[in-house]
Design a protein around this ligand. Structure first.
Ligand code: SF4
Length: 196
């Protein structure tokens, strides 16, 4: 009689644990709950500040992290968009860039880091590994979590293997758009071309 294999990820205890926590409202405030005071203009102002001063966690899992580091260097310079302050402690961060392969051993650490971050907080899944397991999501490979969104909520997905630093930059701009409601900062100055 053929041996029945256990399902690889869907019954994985960490994924189940993450779902239970999400259902219990640990990750998100109750959307039906109304705040004591409605200060729309103040909210807009704070969201604009949050969008333009994202503090990512110093955290890389695999090759995609090299591209993430390149984004912080002079050539791409994510400081132009206020997101360059990589912090070593999750308690000082509001952005988790999951850059690389998430395996089962790492899953509890990813969940813990996310839970230790200050709210409001956001997550970018960078690269095919973080989105879906990437090239490691084979039938026989039982160690890879097929998408970090099985563990924690993800706001922006940046596809590629690896995505270029410009791709991650676009992901950060998309996240800023999501937080502030429109795209900031203002478009870059394009000097006129000499041949015109
Ligand atoms: S998506 Fe590609 S580059 Fe990124 S961690 Fe996976 S294998 Fe490496």
């Amino acid at each position: 009689m053929e041996e029945k294999r256990p399902s690889r990820l869907r019954t994985h205890s960490y994924a189940e644990l993450a779902k239970q926590r999400e259902r219990a409202g640990i990750y998100h405030a109750d959307p039906t709950e109304q705040p004591l005071m409605q200060l729309e203009l103040v909210d807009k102002f704070f969201n604009l500040c949050r969008a333009n001063s994202l503090w990512p966690l110093t955290f890389g899992l695999a090759c995609c992290a090299i591209e993430m580091m390149a984004l912080g260097m002079a050539r791409f310079d994510m400081a132009r968009y206020g997101a360059e302050v990589f912090r070593p402690s999750p308690r000082q961060c509001d952005l988790l860039i999951v850059a690389g392969t998430v395996n089962r051993k790492m899953a509890p650490a990813v969940i813990t880091l996310y839970e230790q971050m200050a709210a409001p907080k956001w997550v970018i899944a960078m690269g095919n590994c973080a989105i879906s397991g990437g090239p490691f999501a084979g039938e026989e490979n039982y160690v890879v979590v097929e998408g970090v969104d099985k563990l924690i909520p993800v706001d922006v997905y940046v596809p590629g293997c690896p995505p270029r630093p410009e791709g991650l930059l676009e992901g950060i701009l998309k996240l800023q758009e999501k937080i502030a409601g429109s795209r900031y900062p203002f478009p870059q100055y394009n000097p006129p071309r000499k041949d015109k």
